[in-house]
Design a protein around this ligand. Structure first.
Ligand SMILES: Cc1ncc(C[n+]2csc(CCOP(=O)(O)OP(=O)(O)O)c2C)c(N)n1
Ligand SMILES: [Mg+2]
Length: 597
């Protein structure tokens, strides 16, 4: 067995696992890792953004685009504490990364050395990080590293993927021991579980019998890379598809069978179909409150009147919110393949969904009539619909949209048509501000040949504006569209709607007369060396976006968007005990209230 320093072993193991990047920030705790990374710099690249939060969002986005993980590297104490929020984003959305954190030397544990967290236990960062990773490992000797690294990489990619933490005390980077390199972990989806023959047969019976079926897909379908099988299944059985944000693009959203997103900010045909369906086939989706109208029956779904087949790789999701009639613990692609094979075996018999599809076509026309006219309007400040429409017109189908958080995101939820899988990034489960603004950098490194456009609220962008420095330092040509409405408008709208129309702490002001304030984003970008334009008229946005994308350089578009135009709600979102608002377009529907047509 070769004698190796701990940091050398970690570096070689990352390379053996085909990990091309380490995104991280130095500190006295992890300097021992920098030297082996320098020695191996032609095989693994260190990228050092200006905030650890950005490093972890970049790693998260890289994985979502490529389905291959990268590592982060942060120092002891504050540096590693800065990645808690982005790790939570990754965990809630099942995105993998190997988060290497540094800790104080083992010989100083419990002495309260510089940056040790030790009020309750020695070197206790692992207890801070524990709720936001699949598993945390703390090897305290070099000879413990091989097992920790092997288990960490296995855990990260097996089953439902997610972030893992390896917490390394300072001396473990430095010390040498005789250690053998562990074998690399199998890649994502190397092991796939399937349904039992009885489950497949039972599911197909229910599908063929249904008169008003819908498929509901989530990130599980994206992660399982099941787009082809899903498309074949939906078309073969003529079943419409509703998509959660991180499932978007697995089924071409321009297809007539695609209904879009569901919930308060979903599309009307999706909510209408969801609440009237007699069977929902949910695959790799988890019915969170925002895609289930907070589980209030009749808005988005109607369980238990509606029958539910729920397939997921994670047993914890089966029945979390709706007990399924048939729960299936299986990988999405395997289950879909099994259904298709069983259908072939039975001679391809399918149910008749013609009447159902005709109803859906009518709802689609209604929704189009209601929304379309606003997509044609030019205005200053710009109407939100124009931004979405022009992005759709300018960007090719394989372009990556890195969405941040806020009302701007709701518009994309409702109206964006993702055409291919892994083209739309959303921090859905945790909604961490900065995810899209920062994640765009990681996405571009994962897909250097595809345009990457971040849609960033002015609030989100000002949380991590130093992404501009990283784009210049490492030549990462991302376009940031800053959706500038001079405030935390998504929250302002909740406040206005639920608290007597009073605004407080949700808009950006200057001076006693409350003049709207924001930095001059274009000037800010230029100061960082990034090209930029300010767009105040909708007529100018399309050409500006085309120019920015074609420039092949980092680019900021500061776009002045009307804060008073709200996305039309088609479902509901409840924050108990506050009463929820009724949908602006659409209505609650319960099976016993209105007879089935
Ligand atoms: C880190 C973080 N802090 C706070 C929030 C709560 N929050 C959700 S949306 C939002 C406002 C977003 O503002 P902006 O980026 O300008 O988007 P807008 O809603 O105006 O389009 C806030 C503060 C959050 N999700 N994440
Ligand atoms: Mg805003």
């Amino acid at each position: 067995m070769p004698k190796m320093k701990g940091a050398e072993l970690i570096t070689e193991y990352l390379i053996a696992n085909r990990i091309p990047y380490v995104f991280g920030i130095c500190g006295h705790g992890n300097v021992g890792m920098l030297d082996p990374l320098y020695q191996a710099r032609d095989r693994i690249t260190l990228i050092s953004p200006r905030h650890e939060q950005v490093a972890a969002h970049m790693a998260d986005a890289y994985f979502r685009i490529k389905h291959e993980p990268v590592a982060t590297l942060t120092s002891c104490g504050p540096g590693s504490c800065n990645i808690i929020m982005p790790l939570a984003c990754a965990l809630t959305d099942s995105s993998a990364m190997l988060a290497i954190t540094a800790n104080v030397p083992t010989s100083q544990f419990n002495r309260s050395p510089f940056q040790e967290i030790n009020k309750h236990f020695q070197a206790d960062f692992v207890n801070i990080v524990r709720p936001v990773v699949k598993r945390s490992y703390q090897p305290t000797r070099v000879d413990m590293l091989p097992l920790a690294l092997r288990q960490a990489t296995m855990t990260m990619l097996s089953g439902r993927p997610g972030p893992v933490n390896v917490d390394v005390p300072f001396n473990v980077f430095q010390e040498e021991d005789d250690v053998a390199m562990p074998p690399p972990a199998p890649p994502l989806n190397a092991q796939r579980s399937g349904a039992s023959p009885e489950e497949v047969s039972g599911a197909l019976d229910m599908i063929v019998e249904a008169q008003r079926p819908v498929i509901f897909i989530g990130h599980g379908v994206t992660l399982s890379e099941a787009s082809r099988e899903l498309t074949e299944f939906a078309r073969k059985f003529a079943i419409p598809v509703i998509s959660s944000p991180n499932g978007m693009g697995c089924f071409d959203m321009a297809d007539p069978l695609s209904l879009g997103f569901i919930g308060r900010n979903g599309a009307f045909p999706a909510n209408e179909a969801g609440r009237r369906a007699d069977l929902v086939v949910a695959i790799g989706a988890r019915f969170d409150d925002r895609s289930a109208s907070s589980w209030m029956p009749g808005y988005s779904w109607n369980f238990p009147s509606t029958r539910l087949i729920h397939a997921d790789i994670d047993a914890a999701e089966l029945g979390r919110n709706y007990p399924p009639d048939l729960g299936i613990l299986a990988d999405a692609r395997t289950f879909l393949r099994q259904l298709l094979a069983e259908s072939d075996r039975r001679g391809g018999k399918r149910g008749n969904t013609d009447a159902w599809l005709a109803d859906i076509a009518k709802w689609r026309v209604e929704w189009d009539k209601f929304t379309r006219p606003n997509f044609e309007l030019h205005a200053s400040p710009i109407r939100p619909e124009r931004i979405v429409a022009d992005c759709q017109a300018v960007l090719p189908d394989d372009a990556i949209l890195a969405c941040d958080v806020g009302v701007n995101h709701n518009w994309y939820m409702q109206f964006w048509n993702a055409r291919k899988p892994q083209t739309m990034l959303n921090s859905w489960g945790f909604s961490g501000m900065g995810f899209g603004t920062a994640g765009a950098l990681g996405a571009k490194l994962a897909a250097p040949d595809r345009p990457v456009v971040a849609i960033a609220g002015d609030g989100c962008f000002t949380m991590v504006p130093h992404v501009l420095c990283t784009a210049i330092e490492y030549d990462i040509p991302v376009v940031w569209v800053i959706w500038n409405n001079f405030g935390w408008v998504s929250i302002r709208d909740i406040q206005l709607g639920m608290f007597g129309g009073r605004e407080h702490g949700t808009m950006f002001h200057q001076g006693d007369n409350k003049k709207p304030y924001n930095p001059d984003f274009a000037a800010w970008a230029k100061a960082a060396g990034v090209e930029a334009m300010t767009i105040t008229r909708s007529q100018d946005f399309k050409a500006a976006l085309e120019h920015a994308v074609k420039s092949g350089k980092p680019f900021v578009l500061d776009v002045r968007v009307d804060a008073e135009v709200r996305p039309p709600s088609t479902g509901a979102w409840e924050l108990p005990p506050t009463p929820h608002k009724e949908p602006v377009f659409g209505r609650r529907w319960l099976p016993d209230a209105v007879p089935v047509k």
